[in-house]
Design a protein around this ligand. Structure first.
Ligand SMILES: Cc1cc2nc3c(=O)[nH]c(=O)nc-3n(C[C@H](O)[C@H](O)[C@H](O)COP(=O)(O)OP(=O)(O)OC[C@H]3O[C@@H](n4cnc5c(N)ncnc54)[C@H](O)[C@@H]3O)c2cc1C
Length: 447
């Protein structure tokens, strides 16, 4: 495929690269300036291209894709990679760009072994006793939201996830156990709205088939980037956004700045809060930018030199009450020897201060303890901390109690600055949510 040339000087994108700016206003560098080159920024650029509109897109890191990140040393995707067959925006992009997918549905429902209370346990006969299912198999049936976009409208349901689980019949002991590896920072602070929205997404989106991208998410990201006609710039860390004079001025750490009629900001609020903002933000938007919670996730990757699970006849995937939390098989097909210890929330803190070699040693000794058959059979390949990664400072937004009431206001345009990104998605979640938000902003721009 054609390799695109990245232009790093201040050029008027539409004029140079042959697309048509919305309205050629010569005091602006571009009519539309997109901040962030993750899937939401790239998809918006793709839609603008299709409409023949010009834009400049700037990205702070040295690569595109954001949280769709094929890690260069780990040689695996460490961020979002699973998509569903009913992901409307993403599947249309996949079809347009002729991207090969791999059906991984069967791999998502596999069994697991356990290490709980210093004991290796092959499996739990009774689903109700399974600590990995405490969140999902509750004594009472949890209420369902009635629509995909109900979650931010149901302030009556907004309470801490732990209180909610208690009402569903979970004991304090069970809640403490499930909190070890629940997909949140801490079930005592996070709102049950996050969980209700996930359930609603599974129910109403209705995807039955789960895919990964053949060759990793870089296949999709590279294909989008190569198809784009606009002006894309890497290594442009945004430090301020100002709506002072006529137009919006965006300044970057390298001393450059760009002036645009409209800006679309896809930066997660976890990094936007470090940007100097001189904008007419509404009060709830200000609160959300400053305080929206993001889930910390640390992944410790390793390879099995030999398939040790064939020796002890237990599932390689594990649920544990140790610092490694969950061990997941990560590869598929010929690459089925790749595993990851997936640590969520407060459990990530202890790894934040450890060196890479300390983490490697910790992994080997802990695995020897919880899975004796793995001794001498595993090789550490690297760690990625989403909480520490400077361009995200968290894996994805999670609403603490009270924060979903900020949502409707936090996604409104602030004058000519529009907001996209997974944290602004009204209906979907994850990769599809990010793409859906780009479509919403595209419609806002086209009005
Ligand atoms: C571990 C993990 C697993 C996941 N699994 C799934 C999954 O299986 N399925 C699914 O659908 N979703 C999943 N997701 C979520 C999905 O990856 C994200 O929702 C989606 O990729 C977010 O896209 P985005 O464009 O909103 O944000 P991003 O991809 O984060 O894009 C924002 C961009 O802004 C840039 N940026 C940040 N600050 C600045 C700055 N100051 N200046 C300039 N640029 C800046 C960043 O570098 C980034 O490229 C997962 C995410 C993680 C982290």
């Amino acid at each position: 495929m054609r390799r695109r040339q990245f232009i790093s000087d201040s050029l008027i994108a539409g004029t140079v690269l042959g697309t048509v700016p919305f309205a050629c206003t010569h005091s602006f560098d571009t009519e539309v300036l997109i901040l962030g080159g993750g899937i939401s920024g790239l998809y918006l650029a793709y839609l603008l291209d299709k409409a023949g509109k010009g834009y400049i897109l700037i990205e702070g890191s040295d690569r595109f894709g954001g949280r769709m990140f094929f890690h260069p040393t780990i040689q695996q995707d460490v961020g979002g990679r699973g998509i569903g067959d009913k992901y409307k925006e993403i599947m249309s992009l996949v079809n347009d760009l002729d991207i090969d997918l791999i059906d991984i549905t069967e791999l998502t429902g596999g069994g697991r072994s356990y290490y709980v209370n210093n004991t290796l346990i092959p499996s739990f006969e009774n689903r109700a006793d399974d600590p990995a299912l405490l969140e999902f198999v509750t004594p009472e049936t949890p209420p369902d939201l009635e629509a995909l976009d109900d979650w931010y409208k149901r302030s009556d349901l907004d309470q801490s996830y732990s209180d909610y689980l208690k009402k569903l019949g979970r004991t304090d002991e069970e809640i403490a156990l499930l909190n070890i590896s629940a997909n949140y920072n801490d079930v005592y602070n996070t709102s049950c709205i996050n969980s209700l929205h996930s359930r609603a997404f599974r129910k109403f989106n209705g995807s039955k088939v789960i895919y990964n991208f053949a060759g990793g998410t870089k296949s999709l990201i590279n294909a989008i980037v190569e198809s784009l006609k606009g002006d894309l710039r890497l290594n442009k860390i945004v430090t301020s956004i100002s709506a002072k004079d006529n137009g919006i001025t965006v300044s970057c750490e390298d001393g450059t700045s760009l002036k645009a009629a409209k800006v679309v900001c896809t930066l997660p609020f976890s990094t936007l809060r470090d940007v100097d903002l001189d904008l007419s933000l509404n009060p709830k938007q200000k609160t959300a930018i400053q305080g929206l919670s993001y889930t910390a996730i640390t992944q410790i990757h390793f390879d099995a030199i030999e398939p040790y699970w064939e020796a002890d006849k237990l599932s390689p995937s594990m649920w544990t009450d140790t610092a490694l939390e969950r061990i997941m098989t990560f590869g598929f097909g010929d690459d089925n020897r790749h595993l990851v210890a997936w640590v969520n929330g407060k459990g990530t803190h202890q790894f934040d201060t450890m060196s890479d070699s300390s983490i490697a040693n910790f992994l080997l000794s802990e695995m020897k303890k919880i899975r004796p058959a793995s001794e001498g059979k595993i090789e550490y390949t690297g760690t990625h901390s989403w909480g520490q990664y400077k361009f995200n400072k968290g894996a994805y937004c999670e609403f603490n109690v009270g924060q979903s009431s900020l949502f409707e206001d936090m996604i409104k345009p602030a004058g000519n600055v529009h907001f996209a990104g997974e944290h602004t998605a009204t209906h979907s979640r994850g990769i599809e949510g990010a793409a859906e938000s780009a479509k919403r902003v595209y419609n806002e721009l086209m009005i």
